[in-house]
Design a protein around this ligand. Structure first.
Ligand code: ADP
Ligand code: ZN
Length: 754
């Protein structure tokens, strides 16, 4: 009976049951917006564009009550049941093919979770601007005069362009050559007087630097061979493994990277090599260029169009070796075979702005997903890396000796507390004697002082008034010439008064030597030596690093004074003396990594000395010669520092034994910043009730309590398990409505604690 009834309905109703069901089915695209809305949103995909809506492409969608058109990343497409409330429809598709592979979508989702960032913000970060704007920068059509008869007499400007358009040229070039505006050229195209005959891609020329040597050694040292063997083993068995080269400076780590990359390329696969900063590591880049010819060097000076062109070369597989800083980890290598991170302990691998990711963790994720080895190299591995080696998760290859049997230079520590050690300004008599010895032996000298400017303090001796920045809670640094006070927080420049603005006593006193004054003292003490300074003040223009380093390499300079810039990856065989002018400069900062950084910096710079046959020495000036960080660096025994530091970290559940989430609140009004920080702390305390291992610290004014007029308060949450900690913070901060006058950020596993 019922059977019959049904069939009758089927016969007589205009929409049979199965069609009703199907009408509630549809193609649904999940999209993520780069800003504004945090959650992924679902949209209906109209039939007409169904074939071109796919994950990784961007689509245009209506948003909000006004249905404003917004660009969004399509992250998933599914055929399924439509929800009760009607879905809005995708309006159109932006890209003609996906900008992101399925793997990149997965990676960005993971990153968003790992660093508590918004997925849309991560998607924006992994795609260079030139790739996102590709319709505008990728190809320029080539134009040529079409030969058509103009309907009207061309204007003089038009006539000039037409006359010039005998050879195919881009609109830009035509405009430039004739002095006409782009609009004139475009008008001619519209009138049909200029025709498109093709397109060009602007692939940047590879900047060649002279003096590149092909330096492949005949034979590897035993330690190098072992390290290379470990990498090869992982490669051959096509499995992921993280291999850490813990090798003293000059032990031949770079040579191991080079040969591992050679092997990768010989398998027809690609390699990504990350370095802390391209401009500071010209030698490393040169060695890769010399060995491989076509190397995509991704540096920060590339224009969006250049970067996009490099991206395309990599994606097409025409370039097999990619060298770059942090963001090069996202290079779209389709046949990735190896990732290398040189100087893996460097803090520049962590991005300071949202998304605040760490390239080392991203690299590990990618290497794992691709089943390829990740090689991390350093003379001073981060404690995070060290701990994972000690636990057996990662493999450590020790390279304890310099290749060719070179000795690590003896280190002399000068105790700055002793009377007499300061008699020559910042240069103690022992350091001065060392410099004299090196110069007289025909060697070169590097002096490290990690504070730029002339003097770090300007103070009135009568009342104690210190010159401070108007908009930051920071002392002004005196820069010469011009008696300028510069704030190193915000860059504000003020002219320093001659007299105290408070008590009007004449004459302010300068103290705390910076690189500028050090340079002056060095010139005065060694008038026969050629001296140059390398810090951000002297290295503002493009290519200035290379010029200075080239001059130093070619012995046109005897003494190089500089900030930590001079401590990185440089290999100058004639350096016989390295002086660390003030090893304690950063030792006492309110940062749990202060000792680690100090030990790393001093060890690294000490390793620049005595690389050649003449040998060398190191002089370290310090007020705390017994501090484990200084002692270890002086003994070339970084591992001793690691052994003393790890238990301290473990006791406090600091990384690598726990995770830290730091929240920084900013506001023009101190009360508002403090109140909001207090409110967040309250929520965190409530959310973590009954979780004894979670510690909520703060709120407190940040070490830099005011920056660019904004008061800064911060708080920290510590816990043994990163994922649980992030879940907790996410739960406690979910749905918070931030007051208008406050801005705040979440930094997971921060490296910047100021
Ligand atoms: P690191 O990266 O550990 O500082 P490098 O790879 O830069 O060490 O090597 C230091 C110096 O020794 C370089 O000049 C390099 O060309 C040279 N070198 C490296 N390996 C060998 C080797 N097996 N035989 C001879 N020289 C080598
Ligand atoms: Zn300032």
């Amino acid at each position: 009976m019922s059977q019959q009834h049904t069939s009758q309905r089927e016969l007589f109703e205009s929409r049979p049951q199965w069609a009703e069901d199907d009408a509630r089915q549809g193609l649904i695209a999940t999209v993520v917006l780069s800003e504004g809305v945090e959650k992924p949103l679902d949209y209906l995909v109209p039939e007409a564009i169904a074939s071109s809506v796919e994950p990784g492409r961007r689509v245009r969608v209506p948003l909000g009550r006004g249905n404003r058109e917004r660009l969004a990343y399509c992250v998933a497409v599914r055929h399924g049941e439509l929800p009760q409330s009607p879905l809005k429809s995708v309006m159109g598709v932006e890209d003609d093919k996906p900008l992101l592979s399925a793997r990149m979508l997965e990676l960005t989702k993971w990153m968003a979770d790992r660093w508590m960032a918004r997925w849309g913000e991560v998607l924006e970060a992994v795609l260079p601007a030139g790739v996102r704007l590709r319709t505008r920068v990728r190809v320029s059509p080539l134009l040529v005069a079409s030969g058509a008869e103009p309907a009207r007499k061309p204007t003089p400007a038009q006539a000039k362009v037409l006359a010039a358009a005998v050879e195919p040229a881009t609109a830009e070039d035509l405009a430039k050559a004739t002095g006409a505006s782009r609009a004139v050229v475009q008008r001619l195209v519209k009138l049909g007087l200029l025709a498109e005959v093709g397109s060009v891609e602007r692939v940047p020329a590879r900047p060649e630097r002279p003096g590149i040597v092909h330096d492949r050694p005949e034979e590897l040292s035993a330690a190098q061979a072992e390290a290379l063997g470990a990498i090869r083993g992982a490669m051959a068995s096509r499995r992921h493994e993280t291999i850490v080269l813990f090798g003293v400076t000059g032990s031949g780590k770079t040579e191991v990277y080079l040969q591992a990359v050679e092997e990768t390329v010989s398998y027809g696969r690609q390699a990504i090599v990350l370095v802390p900063e391209i401009s500071l590591t010209p030698q490393t880049c040169d060695r890769f260029r010399a060995r491989f010819g076509t190397v995509a060097v991704l540096h920060s000076h590339l224009t969006p169009a250049e970067r996009h062109a490099q991206w395309r070369e990599i994606a097409s597989g025409r370039v097999n070796v990619v060298v770059g800083a942090r963001s090069a980890i996202f290079a779209p290598a389709p046949r990735l075979g190896l990732i290398v991170i040189d100087e893996e302990h460097e803090s520049s691998f962590k991005q300071a702005t949202a998304p605040r990711y760490h390239a080392r963790d991203v690299a590990e994720w990618i290497a794992r997903a691709e089943g390829v080895p990740l090689v991390l190299g350093s003379a001073t591995p981060s404690l995070e890396t060290f701990a994972r080696c000690l636990s057996g998760e990662w493999r450590m290859c020790r390279m304890a000796e310099r290749v060719g049997g070179g000795q690590l230079p003896p280190v002399i520590t000068v105790d700055l507390r002793e009377r007499g050690s300061r008699s020559r300004g910042a240069i103690s008599p022992r350091l001065a004697a060392g410099i004299r010895w090196a110069l007289d032996s025909g060697g070169q000298v590097m002096l490290l002082l990690n504070r730029r400017g002339f003097a770090t303090h300007v103070q009135c001796q009568a009342c104690g008034h210190t010159a401070r920045c108007d908009q930051c809670d920071l002392a002004l640094t005196l820069h010469q010439p011009g008696n300028r006070g510069i704030c190193h927080g915000c860059g504000l420049v003020t002219r320093l008064p001659a007299d105290c603005p408070d008590c009007h006593a004449p004459g302010l006193v300068h103290s705390g030597t910076g690189t500028q004054r050090l340079e002056e003292q060095v010139r005065a003490a060694f008038p026969d030596a050629a001296v140059a300074r390398m810090d951000t003040d002297t290295m503002r223009t493009r290519g200035s690093h290379e010029r200075t380093l080239d001059a130093f390499r070619h012995r046109q300079l005897d003494i190089l004074v500089g900030t930590q810039m001079i401590a990185k990856g440089l290999d100058f065989p004639s350096v016989m003396l390295v002086g660390v002018v003030n090893a304690d400069a950063a030792l006492h900062l309110a940062d749990f990594r202060a000792a680690e950084r100090t030990c790393q910096l001093v060890t690294q710079v000490a390793g620049r000395s005595g690389r050649g046959p003449l040998g060398g020495r190191v002089v370290v000036q310090t007020s705390t010669p017994d501090h484990p960080a200084i002692r270890a660096a002086a003994n070339h025994d970084y591992e001793a520092f690691v052994r003393s530091e790890l238990p301290a970290r473990e006791a406090l559940l600091y990384p690598p034994y726990g995770s830290v989430v730091r929240i920084v609140v900013r506001s023009l009004h101190e009360r508002a910043a403090a109140d909001w920080a207090g409110h967040v702390v309250e929520r965190l305390r409530q959310a973590s009730e009954g979780m004894p291992l979670i510690r909520v610290l703060g709120p407190a004014p940040a070490p830099i309590a005011r920056l660019r007029d904004r008061f800064r308060w911060h708080l920290q949450v510590h816990g043994p398990d990163g994922a649980a900690l992030r879940e907790l913070v996410g739960r406690a901060t979910a749905g918070l409505r931030t007051p208008d006058e406050v801005a705040w950020i979440i930094d997971v596993d921060p490296v910047d604690m100021m």
